[in-house]
Design a protein around this ligand. Structure first.
Ligand SMILES: [Fe+2]
Ligand SMILES: [Fe+2]
Length: 509
């Protein structure tokens, strides 16, 4: 009933930019040829140019010295194979290059194929062992068949190393993503974050092709709670018409389903409502992608249920507090949503004063209880149409003490704050208030804040017996009462942000 002031950031999900690591997707297998002679370049290219490995072609990079090769390697980290001539511009140029790749660049993935002219010039076996060279052959023994076989063999091992590394990165992503979602406190926040993490885990960068919906199903109907990406504005019927039989069956059976380019995640059932995420990825999912989705999903379902329950408790607590506040409100014949406006006003003033979000929220939840003590005042006084006698007024004033007495024994921060506010909201800065005649900073900050916003709401609202005051009259009143009724510093902050208070007033009628 009350959450309309809270910002909803569902819209911006895919524009927020996930923290994707820009992993390499292999489009072609890069082979770097490092040899001083053109003949070796031509021969290699001719032999390998039509090679297709796993439906991807090979592409060639040509350099003629170790120095050039070093520059190139510093730019590319996706070279599958280096075909390296042992004899370069310097005698040990090739050995240094291997050193640079393995030690400086920490690249253990690129395969190295060393070609030698004269085996006796280099202690070959030693180099092969110490420098992590994957294949070595004398140039004169290099036939086309031998070159082809070796390259395929090395591509295969490069692919395996690539997959292992990529899997490791993605698993790290899943772990990071899981720990990120645990911090979410509302199910909307959580689901938006889950969808964002899917884009990261699956490395989906083209936001124009992807989409996610958060679905709720009850025994009566189904509805979409969050739309994202390509599903923005989609109607529930159109969405269901686009589903495959497997997806529809899975919804009916309360199961997850992973298809070729999309998946349905059953999050769980809470209070007879069944929750799902349907996510369209815009590309074919590999087996590994599916496995990642499965692992991540199994983690999120448990979190989802917890978040729902915490959210329910949180909402129940708010409802109870407002109900308590409304009891006081009903008895004091305040109109409409007085306590809800006071709640929002006091949070805003607390934030503007510089209190933390958390403490401001405590004041927000506690301030509705300021007149709770009116439950202890008799109907005869509460409902008296005429002016109260002096004695009756004294009884009326006791509502501050009664409210305090009701709440004072609680250890809960919100109720403790409620006790202070109930007790002190009629104290005045100059010491002329009640019940204790506290002055200045003797009055707790929560009391000083609530005093301002409670009066502001009383002045700006229509009552049975009066119209709400005009803004210039209200501002003038606060300027006059600055340092008398109200804390001067808080009054200044309040007046310089008056537009925001007016906005809240217009939103909660
Ligand atoms: Fe009061
Ligand atoms: Fe009030």
């Amino acid at each position: 009933m009350y959450r309309k002031l809270q910002k909803d950031n569902d819209q911006s999900l895919f524009q927020n930019g996930s923290d994707n690591k820009n992993r390499n997707h292999i489009d072609s297998w890069k082979i770097l040829i490092v040899d001083a002679t053109q003949q070796m370049h031509d021969q290699t290219k001719n032999t390998l140019k039509d090679v297709m490995f796993e439906q991807k072609p090979v592409t060639f990079l040509h350099v003629y010295s170790a120095k050039e090769a070093e520059q190139l390697l510093s730019k590319y980290d996706d070279i599958a194979i280096i075909i390296l001539s042992a004899e370069l511009e310097t005698k040990d140029g090739s050995v240094h290059l291997v050193d640079y790749l393995r030690k400086d660049l920490q690249n253990n993935r690129t395969r190295i194929f060393l070609l030698i002219d004269q085996p006796d010039q280099l202690p070959i076996n030693e180099v092969i062992i110490s420098q992590d060279i994957n294949e070595c052959i004398e140039k004169k023994e290099l036939t086309s068949q031998k070159l082809f076989t070796s390259v395929i063999f090395m591509l295969r091992s490069y692919r395996d190393l690539f997959t292992v590394e990529d899997s490791k990165n993605r698993l790290e992503d899943v772990i990071t993503a899981t720990s990120k979602i645990i911090r979410d406190t509302s199910k909307h926040q959580l689901v938006n974050n889950i969808m964002l993490q899917f884009t990261s885990i699956l490395n989906l960068s083209d936001s124009s092709k992807i989409g996610g919906v958060f679905l709720q199903r009850t025994n009566e109907d189904s509805s979409i709670l969050i739309h994202n990406g390509i599903f923005d504005n989609i109607l529930i019927n159109d969405l269901f018409n686009s589903f495959t039989r497997e997806v529809l069956d899975s919804i009916n059976n309360l199961q997850s389903f992973i298809g070729n380019d999309s998946f349905l995640l059953y999050l769980g059932t809470v209070f007879n409502r069944h929750y799902f995420i349907y996510f369209y990825t815009g590309r074919t999912l590999s087996d590994w992608d599916k496995r990642m989705v499965e692992i991540f999903s199994s983690q999120t379902s448990a979190t989802f249920k917890n978040v729902c329950l915490v959210e329910e408790i949180d909402n129940t607590q708010r409802e109870i507090i407002y109900t308590l506040g409304e009891i006081g409100e009903m008895r004091s014949k305040e109109t409409g949503n007085h306590v809800k406006r006071v709640a929002e006003f006091s949070k805003l003033l607390a934030l503007k004063y510089g209190l933390s979000e958390e403490e401001s929220e405590i004041i927000q939840l506690a301030s509705p209880m300021h007149d709770l003590g009116k439950v202890g005042i008799s109907d005869a006084i509460m409902n008296k149409p005429d002016k109260l006698t002096k004695e009756e007024y004294e009884i009326m004033k006791s509502h501050a003490q009664i409210g305090y007495d009701i709440l004072k024994n609680s250890e809960r921060p919100i109720l403790k704050a409620g006790a202070i506010i109930a007790h002190q909201h009629h104290e005045r800065y100059d010491g002329t208030g009640y019940p204790r005649g506290l002055k200045q900073k003797e009055i707790h900050l929560y009391g000083r804040i609530t005093a301002i916003v409670d009066v502001f709401d009383a002045l700006i609202s229509d009552r049975v017996y009066k119209k709400g005051w005009k803004m210039d009259k209200i501002i003038k009143y606060f300027q006059e009462q600055r340092g008398k009724h109200f804390d001067p510093e808080l009054t200044d902050i309040f007046l310089s942000n008056i537009e925001e208070f007016i906005k809240i007033n217009n939103e909660i009628k």
